[in-house]
Design a protein around this ligand. Structure first.
Ligand SMILES: Nc1ncnc2c1ncn2[C@@H]1O[C@H](COP(=O)(O)OP(=O)(O)OP(=O)(O)O)[C@@H](O)[C@H]1O
Ligand SMILES: [Mg+2]
Length: 485
């Protein structure tokens, strides 16, 4: 275990880290901060939620020269909300050093961004908007000494690679380039090294690609039964906050609407929404006013919302890397999390590919019965009642209670109270548009066979309590949406 003060960091940074509640470095921070400070190019691969942002942010901020005017550090991230989130984290880290980070992204006012650019040493940008600024010459990049690609494998993927090449060309050749992600397929790593100067590669030691504090399950289920299975699981597991991933924008809208019909506080998010709507949905989710976020893969990467306890892959992801990022929206910074993936019989090969990539077996879970789901909601009601009893002043209700006790049996009274508190969900029929199962023939890695899932039926566990390694774990923020803006 390494303390930050053994890494030769400046006082303002140490003070900021203390303020943020960071006590010890995470493994990726321990390994890459010194390399970054020494000026090396770095490819850093570490599991989701293990602090890669600070791993590149700390050396970047340390290197800012307050005497120099203009942008000195540049971070490129795949989505608008991720750009905002990373800028927020860098601003916290840079607060005492007087270093500021500005997010620039599509869907926001360009003129205002241009004005704000003058006062920020660091820019965190989505590729599309950054290129707009570069082409219009509204951003000066001659002073950039450090460039970071966050979610680097995504940034070097087909959709973004040309933009990234153009962006890197606009930067001084004498610069440091840092690449970070939880996944780094070999072909992408090879491309990466061509853009870098003999990079040091850091990969945290763990054999598995996913964090061990996420319990991973799958249910085998026919397409037409998925929705009822989802609502039963939600009732049984009663997540604090959950993300449900669907394959398409239309699918996301349909599942979100259907969940609302069944009485869940759910909203959908995807790239077709306006920037304002995206921001407001995610704000409500972070504040807990929306409990279930239904999302396309646009929300799969980087999103850091500490209270997400469950991730449901309503549709199994197209590629195994996406699985790693999706389930990584829970179990962050040492907290516990759970993921449940819905696998139709024809998609079992896809699950096999995922297990091969992550080097982790996904356990089979039985779909709960309607009764079990109801029991789950009853347990929630019991917990609520007991919490009230223990935590709140209920004196004002005692007279009414003893009057009732004179007329009725105590057990009947409590049972009635519990029934009032319990959500009794009607399984009203819901119709979703049909989707094609994912075929491994279309996915990378070719075909593979999967052994039968016998003997992997897991029984249901109660809600686990989360144990963060961050002493200030109440920050609940940030989001991520994949787009090119
Ligand atoms: N040393 C630390 N101690 C405590 N908390 C930390 C530490 N470093 C980072 N964190 C917190 O951990 C959370 C996850 O960090 P971060 O978002 O940087 O993860 P990541 O590795 O980039 O994950 P992803 O692969 O999903 O993008 C954040 O809330 C961050 O503030
Ligand atoms: Mg990250």
């Amino acid at each position: 275990m390494t303390k930050f003060n053994s890494l030769g960091l400046s006082d303002p940074i140490l003070k900021a880290l203390d303020h943020m509640g960071f006590e010890e470095t995470t493994p990726i921070q321990e390994q890459t901060i010194p390399l970054g400070m020494e000026g090396h190019d770095v490819i850093g691969q570490a599991q989701t939620g293990t602090g890669k942002t600070a791993a590149f942010g700390i050396p970047m901020i340390e290197k800012v020269d307050k005497q120099v005017r203009g942008v000195q550090g540049l971070v490129v991230a795949p989505t608008r909300e991720l750009a905002i989130q990373v800028a927020e984290e860098l601003n916290r880290l840079g607060k005492n050093a007087g270093v500021r980070a500005l997010p620039i992204y599509g869907g926001s006012n360009m003129e205002r961004q241009i004005r704000a650019l003058k006062n920020n040493e660091i820019v965190v940008a989505t590729p599309g908007r950054l290129l707009d600024h570069i082409r219009r010459k509204t951003i000066k990049l001659e002073q950039v000494h450090t460039a970071v690609l966050d979610e680097a494998d995504e940034m070097l993927n087909m959709g973004f690679i040309d933009d990234i090449r153009d962006i890197l060309k606009a930067l001084p050749e004498e610069r440091q380039t840092l690449l970070f992600s939880a996944t780094m397929p070999k072909e992408i790593r090879d491309i990466a090294t061509t853009l870098m100067n003999t990079p040091k590669e850091v990969k945290t030691k763990s054999k598995e690609m996913t964090v061990s504090n996420i319990d991973q399950y799958y249910v085998e289920i026919a397409e037409k039964h998925k929705f009822d299975a989802l609502t039963r699981l939600l009732d049984l597991q009663s997540p604090d906050l959950a993300i449900v991933f669907g394959r398409t924008k239309r699918r996301v809208d349909e599942v979100a609407d259907a969940l609302q019909v069944r009485g869940f506080r759910a909203e959908g998010i995807h790239g077709d929404l306006t920037q304002g709507k995206r921001m407001s949905v995610l704000k409500k989710f972070k504040e807990g006013r929306v409990e279930i976020l239904v999302a396309t893969d646009v929300a799969a990467r980087g999103l850091d919302i500490s209270d997400v306890t469950h991730v449901y892959n309503f549709d199994i992801p197209q590629d195994p890397e996406s699985y790693v990022h999706r389930i990584g929206r829970t179990g962050r910074a040492g907290r516990k999390g759970e993921s449940i993936s819905f696998v139709t019989p024809r998609e079992k090969d896809q699950l096999n590919l995922i297990e091969k990539l992550t080097k982790k077996k996904v356990d089979k879970l039985r779909v709960p019965s309607y009764k079990e789901a109801q029991k789950g909601q009853q347990d929630v009601a019991v917990t609520k009642l007991v919490e009230k009893l223990n935590a709140e002043d209920i004196n004002d209700y005692k007279q009414a209670a003893s009057d009732l006790m004179d007329q009725y049996e105590g057990q009947d009274l409590v049972a009635a109270a519990l029934k009032m508190l319990t959500v009794e969900r009607q399984e009203t029929p819901v119709r979703l548009s049909s989707v094609q199962p994912i075929s491994t023939k279309n996915a990378k890695g070719g075909k593979s066979k999967r052994g039968g899932g016998q003997g992997r039926n897991n029984s249901y566990k109660g809600n686990q309590k989360k144990r963060p390694y961050n002493k200030n774990n109440n920050r609940n923020r940030n989001f991520n949406q994949k787009d090119k803006g």
